[in-house]
Design a protein around this ligand. Structure first.
Ligand code: PLP
Length: 390
């Protein structure tokens, strides 16, 4: 038997392929481009929190953590929810610590979605939702966030719900558009969830990267939503430690029971000393959180102006650290070709938005830049982008 010709790959993963992110990163390295594509900071989070990892290791927090998360972290997550949202959460029963928000998202697929269930996502959408739904045998049903404002039409959301709809993924503040759902939009989502008995998976990893034009409200705090919502967040974005992969899911006991079954047989437990350090981070004074948002606001306004001057018609984000631009003024038919040109000729990398859509045609003129970068990186990118218009 010719083993080289044998397909070992299971059918459920065959359709996934590798993402454009890998190609862009490789091309950016080859041409020494300023990378405004990758969505992670090129600077570190607070020094005292880095030192907290060393302290946790020295104090002997080096063996398997409790499967549901170390007690100090779960207590800190509960205190954080009370401080910022007035929510009283039982740290023992209502919080599970995961390996980043990504693991929590993946667990929701196997824990809650039956084969054949329909699951609503807002498009463009974070790239792990669709594979998560599909690996569980579910069917992703997109509802558009319409460019250039990236808002949804309530009638379209209602029309997407059928008798087979099980759940909805709601990401606010939103990657890649930077939209923060308004109270009215959250009310619409909540009303539909209550009416059709849907589960809501609220991905709120950018909860502290919010600008003065908007405010972030947790979906789980709306009437009738706590019982049916799993709120996912992580320490990666708020504390600029994306490599630590400490995330969590907050929600009522029956949802935790299902989630924990998947968590215990996938990763079982999450890196112990990092959990102790993120517990300290969550207890940082209010000023830390205010400064984080203010720093990103200055970077957002800087990159907005640069992209506007470069003719990329940027859409101002209300939250997150991404700006979506439109290549309509340039002679390219799709974002990927434009970005290859941008890397080779201008020396700046960004991400084409079509990878965030089930139907790539929807996002083909849009590109995403991120500003979670040092001022030095942003200024170097700006200087190069000024050459875009010749
Ligand atoms: C919307 C959204 N959800 C989840 C994640 C993943 O978070 P983590 O790094 O904690 O796994 C990201 C990271 O880019 C994201 O943008």
């Amino acid at each position: 038997m010719d083993l080289t010709a044998r397909t070992w790959m299971a059918g459920r993963v065959r359709g996934f392929g590798t993402s454009i992110f890998a190609e862009i990163s490789a091309l950016a390295r080859e041409f020494n481009a300023v990378n405004l594509g990758q969505g992670f900071p090129d600077f570190d989070g607070p020094e005292e929190i880095r030192n907290a990892v060393a302290r946790a290791i020295a104090a002997g927090h080096n063996q398997y953590a409790l499967s549901n998360g170390e007690a100090p972290l779960r207590e800190a997550i509960a205190e954080h929810s009370l401080r910022f949202y007035g929510m009283r959460i039982d740290p023992l029963a209502e919080i599970t610590v995961t390996s980043g928000a990504t693991e929590a998202i993946f667990c929701t697929g196997l824990a809650f979605i039956e084969p054949g269930d329909e699951v609503i996502i807002f498009e463009p959408c974070y790239d792990s939702y669709v594979p998560t739904i599909r690996m569980a045998g579910g069917i992703p049903v997109p509802v558009a966030l319409h460019a250039p404002d990236f808002r949804f039409d309530p009638a379209e959301l209602r029309a997407a719900v059928t008798g087979r709809t099980r759940a909805i993924y709601v990401n606010t503040p939103h990657n890649p558009s930077g939209t923060i759902f308004t109270d009215a939009e959250l009310e619409t989502i909540a009303a539909i969830c209550r009416e059709h008995d849907l589960l809501a998976i609220a991905d709120e990893v950018y909860e502290h990267i919010v600008y003065p034009e908007a405010s972030h409200r947790r979906l789980a705090t709306l009437p009738g939503m706590w019982e049916r919502t799993l709120t996912i967040s992580s320490g990666g974005k708020t504390f600029s430690f994306t490599g630590w992969k400490i995330g969590w899911a907050i929600g009522p006991e029956p949802l935790q029971a299902a989630l924990r079954r998947v968590h215990q047989f996938s990763v079982f437990a999450t890196c112990t000393p990092m959990q102790h350090a993120i517990a300290e981070a969550l207890r940082l004074p209010d000023d830390y959180f205010r400064t984080l948002a203010a720093d990103y606001l200055a970077r957002r306004d800087f990159l907005m102006e640069v992209l506007r001057d470069a003719g990329l018609r940027p859409r101002r984000p209300d939250g997150s650290y991404f700006i979506v631009g439109d290549i309509g003024d340039f002679p390219f038919t799709n974002g990927a070709d434009f970005i290859r040109h941008l890397i080779r000729e201008i020396g700046v990398a960004a991400i084409p938005l079509d990878t965030f859509y089930l139907d790539p045609a929807e996002g083909k003129r849009l590109v995403r830049f991120c500003f979670c970068k040092s001022w030095e990186t942003l200024e170097a990118g700006a200087e190069r982008l000024r050459k875009l218009r010749g």
